[in-house]
Design a protein around this ligand. Structure first.
Ligand code: IPD
Ligand code: CA
Ligand code: CA
Ligand code: CA
Length: 263
């Protein structure tokens, strides 16, 4: 795979898709629900996924595509080249706020992350990485993450972290909220990973994420030294929904051992 040619191709594809999404702000969009009343999807999520898939199939036949809205391939193994795409990550923000959402894309070869992209469409901010070449915020090369402590960290969570739930021990989870300097909740896993990679937060935890939520961000965050695993410390799951933590390497172990206890 010629990564640098692909990188140029993908950047222009993402910018074109971003342009389409910004144009949608002046037309009516159709909003539907999926698994429950708060799980939203719009015609734009679907159209953007179809736009990527048409281009990828035309220009990279032989590659497979794993997309949230289901227009790609059924993926149950990681062999070959797979594009993992979330056409709009943060659909609730897209619908309600018209900001704080992103296009997220990771390209993997035999399960190994090669290229990663997170495009903050409204701010025209692109985070990207080519394996081994470092991570970038637009044209700025991002620094490797400096060591920190839990006590000085800002950790991104969502509200489910604060309520008793079937996944993790509630007291330990609340202990994390008490221990850290601050918590944040942005509503887009991809942007939360971009903020980790750019040093604006120190960790991001979620009880349930899908491969397309994390694929692009894991490549980008990995290039600056962040560690991405499940809550049991296994490599992040790229085939199905699972628990997920991405953190500065100096706090990852302690977050898992002291604050995240699976039920
Ligand atoms: C969602 C966002 C959200 C996360 C959810 C995801 P979507 O993705 O990343 O922040 O908490 O688990 O499903 O559905 O907006 O692409
Ligand atoms: Ca969704
Ligand atoms: Ca998503
Ligand atoms: Ca989505």
């Amino acid at each position: 795979m010629e990564l640098h040619a692909m990188d140029r191709y993908i950047k222009s594809l993402i910018k074109e898709a971003g342009h389409k999404i910004r144009n949608s702000f002046i037309s009516d969009i159709t909003i539907e629900t999926k698994s429950d009343a708060n799980d939203l999807v719009t015609n734009i999520d679907k159209e953007i996924e179809q736009f990527f898939i048409e281009r990828i199939r035309r220009d990279y036949p032989g590659h497979r595509i794993f997309g949230e809205e289901g227009f790609g391939d059924a993926i149950d193994d990681l062999s070959g080249v797979i594009w993992m795409l979330d056409p709009i990550d943060g659909t609730m923000n897209f619908v309600h706020q018209k900001r704080n959402f992103a296009i997220s894309l990771g390209v993997y070869e035999d399960g190994k992350g090669k290229l990663g992209y997170i495009y903050d469409v409204v701010n025209d901010d692109l985070y990207h990485a080519v394996e081994g070449g470092g991570a970038y915020y637009n044209d700025e090369k991002l620094k490797s993450l400096a060591a920190t402590s839990i006590e000085e960290s800002i950790v991104a969570i969502n509200a489910s972290w604060l309520a008793p739930n079937k996944y993790i021990d509630h007291e330990a989870a609340i202990g994390l909220v008490r221990a850290v300097r601050g918590t944040r909740s942005y509503g887009s896993a991809a942007l939360e990973l971009a903020f980790l990679a750019s040093g604006r937060i120190d960790a991001y935890v979620s009880m349930r994420l899908s491969p397309w939520d994390i694929a692009g961000g894991a490549v980008i965050a990995g290039e600056v030294g962040a560690v991405t695993t499940t809550f049991t410390g296994e490599p992040a799951n790229l085939l199905k929904q699972d628990t997920f933590i991405a953190a500065n390497p100096s706090i990852h172990n302690r977050m898992l051992s002291d604050y995240i206890r699976l039920k």
